[in-house]
Design a protein around this ligand. Structure first.
Ligand SMILES: C[S@@+](CC[C@H](N)C(=O)[O-])C[C@H]1O[C@@H](n2cnc3c(N)ncnc32)[C@H](O)[C@@H]1O
Length: 333
């Protein structure tokens, strides 16, 4: 729970989250140890404002821009790092990569899953990422883990990706996780992914559908705040429910849909990593506080929801039920 270490000076809501989650000092130490490499890397990353907004970029056929709600500051990089640790083995199993596969990862973030894919294929993965902070963090983490050779991060917009002439149509797999939900027009990007792979190549999409989240017993203050969190996406033209659209997007982009599934991303009281799952939800809310407040929910309400999560995580019967929506298509022709 390295968030605690990097929060001084951050807004009150995040400090509150830190205070709540810092209460379990033993758990904190254990988790710091578990995430030491990621923590070191993210602490080194330059602190920046919470939100990043792209300048308009030219897609294949139209102007587009998108709002990345989570931002790229150190706290978010820590959340992303922990989430990767919790989720990557299950996503890797779903991807069923083969040795020798050339993979391009759209919206690669800190590149942890890109590297996991490179380990599986034995081939360096090309990661496309807009944010300089993320790219710096990605290469710093890769170097710390002696894996810089597994990752080639390229800066650019996924709507107009930095893929060079002969590379188009040469990749075996194009992958995107937790990206499309942040784009105003995700179809442009899925079309680019289809264009990037060879005939017979695979396009893998994994994303959120926030309505699918179920916490039981329900912390009462959470439901209205979680709804407002989703409305905050809407207000920026992003889609918090994009998960259900993944197969349709593959079809609309010209790929033949092949399969879909859920990658389980839940946990319950008694599991060693349960706190980290709770932290992931709390951090997402805390970092989107300003956006949530703009939808009409008060800051106090947001803080109450976070405080409830802090209590809820200690109950003996708490459970998070959630799945990442996952779909795969094949390029025809
Ligand atoms: C939630 S992170 C997911 C990172 C990674 N795929 C993972 O699963 O760990 C989404 C990433 O997409 C990047 N991103 C958002 N919009 C983008 C765009 N239009 N072009 C390139 N990258 C973008 C963000 O900067 C962020 O690093």
């Amino acid at each position: 729970m390295a968030v605690v270490a990097i929060l001084p000076g951050r807004p009150a809501t995040e400090r509150r989250l830190a205070a709540i989650l810092a209460a379990d000092v033993v758990g904190h130490r254990r988790l710091m140890e578990a995430d030491e490499a990621g923590t070191l890397a993210t602490l080194k990353a330059r602190r920046k404002g919470c939100r990043s907004r792209s300048s308009p970029s030219i897609g294949a056929h139209r102007m587009t821009s998108s709002h990345y709600a989570h931002g790229t500051d150190a706290a978010e990089q820590q959340r992303l790092t922990t989430m990767n640790r919790l989720l990557n083995d299950r996503c890797l199993a779903a991807a069923r990569l083969s040795t020798g596969d050339r993979v391009v990862d759209f919206g690669a973030g800190l590149g942890q899953f890109s590297r996991a894919m490179a380990r599986a294929t034995g081939v360096k993965v090309v990661g496309i990422e807009r944010s300089e902070e993320q790219i710096r963090g990605a290469m710093s983490q890769a170097s710390l883990e002696q894996e810089a050779h597994l990752l080639e991060m390229r800066q650019g917009e996924v709507e107009a990706p930095p893929i060079e002439g002969a590379e188009w149509g040469a990749f075996d797999v194009a992958h995107a996780r937790f990206l499309l939900e942040h784009l105003r027009d995700p179809l442009i990007t899925v079309q680019n992914m289809v264009r990037a792979v060879r005939p017979g190549g695979r396009i893998i999409l994994a994303d959120d559908d926030c309505e699918a989240l179920r916490l039981w017993p329900e912390p009462p203050a959470l439901a209205p705040v979680w709804r407002a969190y989703q409305r905050a996406y809407d207000r920026h033209g992003n889609d918090p429910s994009i998960g259900r659209r993944l197969v349709q997007l593959l079809h609309q982009a010209g790929a033949a849909p092949k399969s879909n599934t859920f990658v389980f991303f839940g946990s319950c009281s008694g599991e060693p990593d349960f706190e980290n799952y709770v932290l992931n939800i709390g951090s997402e809310i805390a970092q989107s506080t300003d956006d949530i407040v703009e939808t009409g929910v008060s800051r106090e309400m947001v803080e109450r929801a976070i405080a409830e999560l802090g209590t809820w995580r200690k109950a003996p019967d708490s459970a998070i039920w959630y799945g990442i929506f996952w779909a795969e298509g094949v390029k025809q022709g």
